[in-house]
Ligand binder design. Structure first.
Ligand code: GAP
Length: 511
């Protein structure tokens, strides 16, 4: 996969009603997108897979749906007013703006791929005698590159820990990191840029209050911790899950729906006893990866990435990265948030936010383990993994979206072969049998081959074709999207396929 395939995915998403650029008739808005019919269906299905796996499958996780507007003190307590900044740097020649940390991280990635190349060269040279570990431990070139990686990483972590932006700039200068556009090292100083959008609440200038659009859904959970714990009578460990919109004035807003200014998060805060965070961190790392793999996506497309540079609230953090068309990037974050948020809200609000542990017979501020995934980013992972242009035996090509069946936008397409002889009426009967359970498409236009292609392009797992034989013996053809194989079945067979293969429950059962 490369940027060319991303372009194909973007145009396919528009042509087949998944994603439209927002406000397109007014030239659009950068990094803001609208979901079209098939996109909204797929997005709802992904959200439901997440929600049900959290709230329905875990007795100790409850859901909420908190407001986007929150008291402005929320963001002072959470640290977002002071610390939700990106370190910005501009190239004076191209006028292009970058995140300084991303520039350095990409530089480290380049060094890592140099090591990979050395390994591949040596593998070719030494063939079956090649010992990768020995090579990595002894090759002078590899050791030199690794030393450089370690040095840059250590300098970067220390610079960000001390909030020393001059040192960040110096790393970029010392490493001679170049702008991708101008190819020069002519950089400005590094400076902070707060990512929160602000707005006003109230009718008049004098009485209105400055508000922020929430940059994460998590704070809605922290502010409701006491109410939820009391009303649901949950005992620690327990979790609160929510999905909803978040807003960030991203500087580097590229790569389609990967980095948006308005996006949706699916977050779960798990409240735990202090001191148990390492166990729960590993537990949720495993659980979340299994949730992804359960969709049947190739495991080699996922990897863990432990953070060197921790957010202001975390004592450990790990990303689940996915191999997007532009390489491995963060898909989901698992963060050990300590008691930072609850303590800060307790201090600023003056309200006691604690838990009485009946087993220990004492109060404490719970620690928090968070899992946080972007719904739009998950959507991109699904469609970029599903989209294929296949060359068929007769030399023609087809665009197919092999979306996991249970979350596909439409589960069945019902196609009467002809628009007469009672075939449309029979097709409608099949539609009515299932329309209260799953999303279906009815299509009677064009030759059957073209109709199959249309369904392949939007990822419909099965097409049902109603023909003259159907009228005689109540059998019809079912065609599989991925194998394109066809066979004759009857309505009872179809009911069992719908039940066992196409509903979310079959996915949830495997978790
Ligand atoms: N509450 C923790 C938190 O918000 P984060 O790592 O900043 O942590 C969590 O964000 C997830 O939200 C990311 O892993 C990503 O999937 C998604 N996300 C963050 N910024 C995004 C953006 N600008 N556009 C789309 N998704 C985004």
């Amino acid at each position: 996969m490369d940027n060319d395939s991303l372009k194909k995915i973007i145009s396919h998403s528009k042509e087949y009603g998944f994603i439209f650029p927002s406000s397109e008739i007014y030239e659009g808005l950068n990094a803001i997108y609208d979901y079209a019919h098939n996109g909204a269906l797929l997005k709802n299905n992904i959200r439901e897979y997440w929600w049900r796996s959290m709230v329905q499958l875990n007795e100790n996780i409850v859901g909420i749906d908190s407001a986007i507007f929150m008291h402005p003190k929320t963001w002072a307590a959470s640290g977002h007013v002071d610390a939700f900044n990106d370190p910005l740097i501009d190239n004076k020649d191209s006028k292009k703006r970058y995140r300084a940390d991303v520039l350095i991280e990409e530089f480290i990635e380049k060094l890592k791929s140099k090591i990979q190349k050395e390994v591949q060269k040596a593998e070719k040279r030494f063939k079956e005698k090649f010992d990768k570990n020995q090579f990595l431990d002894t090759s002078p070139k590899v050791l030199e590159i690794q030393k450089k990686i370690d040095e840059v990483k250590a300098r970067m972590v220390s610079a960000f820990e001390k909030d020393d932006l001059q040192e960040v700039k110096k790393i970029i200068d010392d490493m001679e990191i170049k702008c991708q556009i101008s190819g020069t090292c002519n950089w400005t100083e590094v400076r902070h840029f707060n990512l929160m959008f602000s707005t006003k609440l109230g009718a008049s200038e004098e009485s209105s209050m400055d508000l922020y659009l929430r940059p994460e859904t998590a704070q809605g959970i922290f502010l409701n911790y006491l109410n939820v714990q009391k009303t649901s009578r949950m005992k620690i460990p327990f979790g609160i899950a929510q999905t909803g919109k978040a807003f960030r004035n991203e500087i580097v807003a590229r790569q389609f729906i990967f980095r948006m200014r308005e996006f949706e998060q699916m977050e779960m805060q798990f409240f735990i006893k202090p001191g148990t965070q390492e166990n729960w961190f590993n537990h949720w790392k495993d659980k979340r990866l299994s949730w992804h793999l359960n969709l049947g996506i190739d495991p080699s497309l996922f990897r863990y990435h432990d953070h060197d540079k921790l957010a202001h609230y975390a004592d450990a953090a790990c990303d689940i990265e996915f191999n997007f068309p532009f390489g491995f990037k963060e898909l989901e974050g698992i963060h050990s948030r300590t008691d930072f948020d609850l303590k800060s809200h307790e201090e600023l609000s003056g309200k006691k936010i604690q838990y009485f542990d009946p087993e220990l017979d004492k109060n404490y501020t719970p620690y928090v383990l968070e899992t946080s995934i972007g719904l739009d980013r998950m959507f991109l992972a699904i469609i970029s993994n599903s989209f294929k242009v296949e060359t068929l035996e007769d030399g023609s090509t087809r665009n197919v979206m092999s979306i996991p069946k249970q979350i596909a936008p439409n589960k069945l397409a019902v196609l009467p072969l002809l628009k007469k002889d009672g075939l449309p009426e029979y097709a409608r009967k099949v539609m009515n049998e299932f329309s209260h359970e799953i999303n279906l498409v009815y299509d009677e236009k064009d030759a059957i081959g073209r109709r199959y292609r249309r369904q392949d392009a939007i990822g419909t797992p099965y097409c049902i074709t109603i023909d003259h034989q159907t009228i005689e013996d109540d059998s019809f053809t079912i065609r599989d999207r991925d194998s394109m194989e066809q066979k004759r079945i009857n309505i009872e067979d179809l009911k069992s396929i719908v039940d066992s293969e196409l509903k979310l429950k079959s996915l949830l059962k495997k978790l």
